[in-house]
Design a protein around this ligand. Structure first.
Ligand code: CP3
Length: 349
């Protein structure tokens, strides 16, 4: 039997010689190969065609050879078969936002995963493309948005911006919100199980906007729908990463949800979080500041080495950014980050 890939070992908290590395949004507009395809296809066309989604997912793998390949898609895709119109230009725009409980009741949950089977097809062929090489097996990552974060995009925010309106909605319509989050959790469970069935080796649950909530509200509103998805996925034996942005205050709660790994952003201290998570054998992913990749390749190499040398051991750590790669990020600095991690074994010898 061939050895499991480094990324899966890290997620299972097994001993590893160096951390695995991949980047959130590793495929995207900072790459000229992606921009070239975007001249011919819209973002949704790229997502909905398994051939094109695989091609885009492979672009960063060919350029930088990360340890994991995340399938090219978007967290908002499963909303469409639920009955919510989505478009991207390039940020998301939602056609019919949720205003009242009857809007929530009208949302469909049956058959949503099947209608997103193009994501599963893309995962299956990505896996075939990447796993020809038995020596250096890549981990195929599926993903989905967590219920609260998806709700932040579809709730009518009124005149409020930056998702503050989601909390107002939560307080004014607690029953509608509860029903919405439960329906989203049902859909996301099925959607992730479909991706696992198709061949995803691990999955990431993006709760990007969880950090918006104070801890009490997070626990009251967003925690259970996310925790239930995590529990369900863990039963399949497939590791799950739970990511939240700006969520230093939520680390204890995120650990209580008991994912295999928590993803943290750059405002959350790495070494302290690793210590907290280690006690529960939960891995930590992150948290190099995406904006720091605008420094020269040389500076990125120095900073990345420093970050690694602060770790007592690579076990239980997955190298990544604190959030997605930004547009116009210099390619050489991305390469410096990935290569520095890949060449880091000697740090712990
Ligand atoms: O990581 C990867 O390489 C896989 C692809 C991926 C995309 N979106 C592609 C994308 C992933 C994992 C996502 C997740 C996603 N989508 C999240 C969670 C992660 C995060 O950033 O916090 C969120 C909140 C979304 C919703 C979304 N989709 C936003 C806010 C935007 C606009 C972003 C921007 O950079 O303007 C999108 C569109 C989107 N999703 C793009 C890409 C490459 C840009 C669209 C384009 O190329 O025109």
């Amino acid at each position: 039997m061939s050895e499991s890939p480094l990324m899966l070992k890290a997620l299972r908290f097994e001993d590893i010689p160096r951390p695995p590395v991949w980047l959130m949004r590793q495929a995207g507009r900072y790459m000229k190969q992606y921009r070239a395809l975007k001249e011919r296809y819209t973002f949704l066309e790229l997502c909905r065609s398994p051939e094109l989604a695989v091609e885009v997912s492979l672009q960063p793998m060919k350029e930088f050879d990360m340890d994991a390949s995340i399938i090219f898609a978007d967290i908002l895709l499963p909303l469409e078969p639920m009955g919510i119109g989505i478009d991207f230009n390039p940020g998301p725009s939602i056609e019919n936002k949720i205003k009242m409980i009857s809007d929530v009741e009208a949302l469909k949950t049956q058959g949503v995963a099947e209608q997103c089977s193009f994501v599963g097809q893309a995962i299956s062929s990505l896996k075939k493309e990447l796993n020809n090489n038995q020596k250096d097996k890549k981990t195929i990552l599926g993903f989905a948005g967590a219920p609260w974060t998806l709700a932040c995009y579809i709730l009518d925010q009124g005149p409020l911006k930056n998702f503050a309106g989601s909390l107002v909605f939560a307080n004014q319509n607690p029953e509608a919100l509860k029903l919405l989050l439960n329906k989203l959790a049902d859909v996301i469970e099925e959607y992730l199980l479909m991706q696992i069935e198709a061949g995803a080796d691990a999955v990431q649950l993006f709760d990007t906007w969880a950090g918006l909530l104070p801890e009490k509200e997070f626990r009251n509103i967003a925690f259970s729908p996310a925790a239930r998805i995590i529990e369900k996925i863990k039963k399949t034996g497939t590791p799950i990463i739970y990511y939240a942005n700006g969520a230093n205050h939520l680390i204890p709660a995120m650990l209580e949800a008991a994912p295999d790994c928590i993803g943290i952003d750059s405002r959350t201290p790495l070494t302290e979080t690793l210590e907290l998570a280690k006690a529960k054998k939960i891995a930590v992913q992150g948290n190099y500041e995406a904006g720091s990749l605008f420094k020269s390749a040389g500076s990125v190499q120095i900073e990345t080495k420093k970050m690694l040398s602060d770790l007592s051991s690579p076990t239980g750590y997955v190298a990544n950014l604190g959030h997605g790669v930004l547009q116009r990020t210099p390619i050489d600095s991305v390469r410096a980050f990935v290569d520095t991690i890949k060449n880091s074994s000697s740090t712990w010898q």
